[in-house]
Design a protein around this ligand. Structure first.
Ligand code: AMP
Length: 138
């Protein structure tokens, strides 16, 4: 697996505008922000997608995400925001290292734009699918 740009940032080989760091997590400003304060929060563990991440790194991310969200919103004077986490190129993942985007939504024209082509859940198909997922979780 080739070294990702985020691994280089973790290793200090290329710079970033760091906003938070601990033993397992790093957060820094996105170089292509959708709005001021657009921040990336990444585990130091080199997992490509969230489903491949250890429980330790997941817990470390979960512990600090709300705190970093609060800090970004306060620092930018923004109240609303989106969290985005892409897994796989079809799902718009470009950098092959798990990352959460914190994207302030200061007004309708800036921040994350979302297409939401909602369908309708068929009740019997839903029951069957939920049972399959529950079985996978056992
Ligand atoms: P994704 O499409 O979810 O993989 O998003 C990758 C994000 O990484 C994009 O928003 C890029 O702007 C951002 N990015 C790429 N290189 C850097 C870098 N060197 N420093 C900060 N952000 C970066």
């Amino acid at each position: 697996m080739p070294e990702t740009i985020f691994q280089k940032i973790i290793d200090g080989k290329i710079p970033c505008h760091r906003v938070y760091e601990d033993e397992k997590v790093l957060a820094f400003l996105d170089v292509g922000p959708l709005s001021p304060g657009h921040t990336l929060v990444i585990p130091k563990e080199p997992a490509v997608t969230l489903d491949a991440l250890s429980e330790e790194s997941s817990a470390a991310l979960g512990r600090v995400l709300p705190r970093i969200c609060r800090a970004v919103m306060k620092a930018t004077g923004t109240r609303e925001y989106n969290l985005l986490q892409n897994n796989g190129s079809l799902a718009h993942q470009v950098v092959q290292h798990v990352h959460f985007h914190i994207i302030p939504k200061p007004d309708p024209s800036r921040g994350l734009g979302i297409g939401w082509p909602a369908g309708t859940l068929d009740s019997s198909q839903g029951a069957e699918l939920a049972a399959r997922v529950r079985a996978e979780l056992r």
